[in-house]
Design a protein around this ligand. Sequence first.
Ligand code: SPV
Ligand code: MG
Length: 533
Amino acid sequence: MKASTRLRKLLESSNTEYILEAHNALSATIAESSGAKGLWASSLTLSASYGLRDNSEMTMTQVLDVLESMTERVEVPILFDGDTGYGQFSHFQQLVRKLCAREIAGVCIEDKIFPKTNSFLQSEQQQLAPVDEFCGKIRAGKDIQPDPDFVVVARTEALITGLDMSAALERAERYAEAGADAILIHSKAPTFNEVHEFMTQWNRSVPVICVPTTYYSTPEEAYDRAGISLVIWANHLLRAAVAAMQRVANQISTSGTARGVEDEIVPVKELFRLQDTEGLSESERVYGQVSPWRAILLAATRGSGLDDLTRDRPKCMIPISGVPAIEKQLQHMRAEGIRDIAVVRGYAPEAMTTEGVQFFDNPNWQETGELGSLATARPFLKGDVVIAYGDILYKRYILHELMASDAPVTVVVDGSRAFLESDQTGDLVRVSQPPPEGYDENDYRLVGIGSSISRDDAHGEWIGLARLRGEGTPWFSDTLEEILSESGGIECDMATALHRMALEGRIPIRVIYIQRDWIDINSVADVARGNTN
Ligand code: SPV
Ligand code: MG
């Protein structure tokens, strides 16, 4: 149901309803959660919270901004205290259009002259607008409103400015005839008597609203008995906030510490709740704004046989077609949605100028081997994580296929047997089956990897790209820690860990076969190849 329709229902309800003041999105949320069925966007409290006077000092743009933030956060209808309608009839028409566009349920305008003053300030000196002029303003608003249910409340300040009851009644009747959906009869009397008298003489052509700021002690039944449709508690949330803020500010200023106030204020997590932080986490799960993926790039080594090229930089910083090799891999990772990336540095860390990654340092890279480097990046070794050598280059589809795998542990293996063409080989791999001739959907499982696999037994070569997820990650981590503690952290490579896991066989390690489409930068020849690719 539209907010405006809901406000109409409150006005038409058979008993007296109430609405609560709110001056920003936070107080609107608090009022709504308390059970208030509607909100009063008060000119007094909106302007006060802006550090301005309630003398038409807040501009239409400023109030619309606040109203927009309020209506975005609450479901209950908002009745906006529109003062004199921001000028003559044509300004009021603009206001009505803008309020309808923001789904504000209704506006209340008062029969004073711009710039108005709050009803409780020098009220007797305030001038009322001529009745005909104010009726014209009401008609102008009603004629223009794009939402037929939008509520225009006409407020008469007759009693506030010291006019008598008959003047108040006459004005109210004329405003109802002009099309007002409700009358707000304002009074500054200390008791309900004045408004009560108005009600006894009122023709009841439209619902009546009152604002018992000064006659707040009236018993609730009195409004009902008198036929009041809606009571506005017009400023209570801001007054409550001011009292609390003054108490806490003074206490901290006097004592110099916040120790004593902690019990009197809400915990920070209450602010998070009111901001709907939980809702954001939910959306992140739905829309995948936050990538669940991490990567650790092992980039600690200098590389052998690359002396000239690595005099003052690690091998992953060697430019390939003008771009450091590692940057090419990072581009692929970001394109695949991997945002949290760790790079383990070792040799010449100062030459690693890569941006947007978190560095971990392994100063003992020469002794520890890959697992020692990996161990420095332990905080990244959780959840869904890609582990990659920093010095490999590959086509992007390879990473894409790896990210599509749902296995707990997946490794990418080049099944082309290109290693037979070179005497320098990386980690040879034995798989449950040789690579397929063409496309197939079989699952391939890692049987063994590393130095124990002979060239004859090997089905391919691990390219230095693996992914862990689910139960695969703690399994790998445990294996890593086990190997490090056995070896004292010396000379252990990734293949040692993967081989041990394959032998243990607790969960199949999936192999994704590729055919070439990658290189590693292990020799000057490789670099030359990279530059020509
Ligand atoms: C307001 O809340 O701004 C009102 C009511 O207009 S009063 O302050 O009583 O004028
Ligand atoms: Mg006001």
